[in-house]
Design a protein around this ligand. Sequence first.
Ligand SMILES: Cc1cc2nc3c(=O)[nH]c(=O)nc-3n(C[C@H](O)[C@H](O)[C@H](O)COP(=O)(O)OP(=O)(O)OC[C@H]3O[C@@H](n4cnc5c(N)ncnc54)[C@H](O)[C@@H]3O)c2cc1C
Length: 617
Amino acid sequence: MATSTTLPPEVTTLNPKSAKITPGGAFLITDAAPVDCIFPEDFTEEQRQIAETTANFATNEIVPASDAIEAKDFAVTRRLLKEAADLGLTSVDIPEEYGGLELDKMSSAIVAENISRQGSFSVAFSAHTGIGTLPLVWYGTPEQKAKYLPRIASGELLCAYALSEATSGSDAVNARARAVLSEDGTTYTLNGEKMWITNGGIADLYTVFARCAVPADPNEAPGGEIKEKLTAFLIERGTPGFTNGKEEHKLGISGSSTTPLILNDCVIPATNLLGEVGKGHHIAFNILNVGRYKLGNAAIGGAHRSLDTAIRYAIDRKAFGKSISEFGLIQEKIANSAVGIFAGEAVCYRTVGLIDKALAGVDKNDTKEIQKHIETYAVECSIVKVWASEMLDMVVDETLQIFAGYGFVEDYPAARAYRDARINRIFEGTNEINRLIITGWLMKSAMSGKLALMPAIKSVLDEVMSGPIEKEEREGPLAEEFDLLASAKKTALFAAGVATQKYMQKIADEQEVMGAIADMIIEVYAMESTLLRAQKIADAKKQPTETAIAMARLYAAKAMDIIELSARKVIAAASEGDMLKTQTAILRRLAKHDPIDTIALRRQVAKHVIAAGRYTL
Ligand SMILES: Cc1cc2nc3c(=O)[nH]c(=O)nc-3n(C[C@H](O)[C@H](O)[C@H](O)COP(=O)(O)OP(=O)(O)OC[C@H]3O[C@@H](n4cnc5c(N)ncnc54)[C@H](O)[C@@H]3O)c2cc1C
């Protein structure tokens, strides 16, 4: 039995009302204030309770069952998912009327972070509670919800989401699986095969995507070609013609179930259509936004656990007569990881806070409006996904290097964490696809006038042409870093402007340029989030702030280097000759900054967490 206390159903987790609503992508062209952002320091008492309940459950119940989970003893995974459901952890996003807790997105993200102490279980859990359950919550009819959601909330039913196929992963809308409506309109027959489905071998209820003929548009001329478009269906395990293939042998998260699904003349009632015929892509993409920010939170949890093992090991391990934690090069790895987690918490929770704030006035039953608001932050969701998955890979790699020989053998935790982390850059949209989404989404918003990006680019160009670059008067321990942030935004806008002028509508064909612009955007967001968090900690004067300030300074320096390099790459691709020389000179002025002593700052951060024996502020 779980030793943790159950989440109280009456928990309400409203975030501070002081934060103002900002549109998605606005961070590039406007300055946020610390008060506009939610960070872990702002969690309510209830949210802290949720974090503690989840962390206790993960530590006391999931981690000890790790060997059984990794051996694919799915009875253990199922039992633990049921126990998690008994605690309320799997029903945070399920409406109260169907037996769920219906809490805010922040609580859901907190659960995602704190459950993440065993990679395989964490993936099974998030596939079930996120992409597995949300399509039904958002698109189900009242009858479908009444039939399944109470049993999902109680942990009786486990869910999976089947979009990918062997020949269509990233371009999932080109799925080959087909669904055909019977002549009397009472059933659909599905044929095809799905690939790499998490919980494929153990789920009870599957959201399956297939192409389906869209009813003729009455406005179109008769005899026009019938279109087949992606459509979602609910399929129960045990339905004749629906089976799962064998478990995949994977590089990591080996204890999670990943199988193909086979649809062989699988007949389901027409009432199992989810949403509208031909609108499956809306379901697929909207669900992925949630999957992406939750993946970010799970990655933070994984990184936190990995660094804690590295710190403990580094303290205990002796070489040349000392603890290896005393070596500068080991301290550098520990500091880099700690900064990554501090920045990661800032990036992820800021994003979830933005979403919660936007949802605050929305009717909880108006799922269309909820999705619309979440979609507004699609660019932030993709940033979280890319940034956090890459930060996690950095942390598990540094941890493995600290464990060295012991890191390379399976008896120690570093090897599995290293392998488990790698999937995060692949699913929920590969990081390449998400980078293209980030730049593409912003360009589209700019072109449509939704985001005043073009005027902002023009104003930077005007400023650099008209003389010295203005600096705001600032005070405080991070004054120089906020200056750097202003330069970072101008640099990113300048390089994006150069690329837009050169490639115009054809910029999508220049993927490397799109990728470099995405890197600048990602780093601007991460830099700003980290600085705002440290500033907010300093303003609150509740705890010693030196470590937070040091971490923010370190992150800002690193982010600026990436932004400058990416800008250089973009303008070198887009310009040549005298124009390139002029633009390079402008870039030098825009990105000009004095070096800071990152060695001393890293030592300071490392000493702090080594003294604590774990990652902490
Ligand atoms: C363990 C695991 C669990 C999974 N769970 C699920 C699940 O539960 N449900 C589900 O539906 N799917 C699931 N997937 C599938 C996963 O979402 C896909 O693997 C992923 O979307 C990538 O698709 P792909 O593997 O076909 O790669 P591809 O799309 O073939 O891509 C191959 C490479 O080309 C790049 N690429 C593709 N298109 C472009 C482009 N336009 N521009 C630039 N680069 C491009 C990709 O980034 C990648 O590097 C899972 C996969 C794994 C491994």
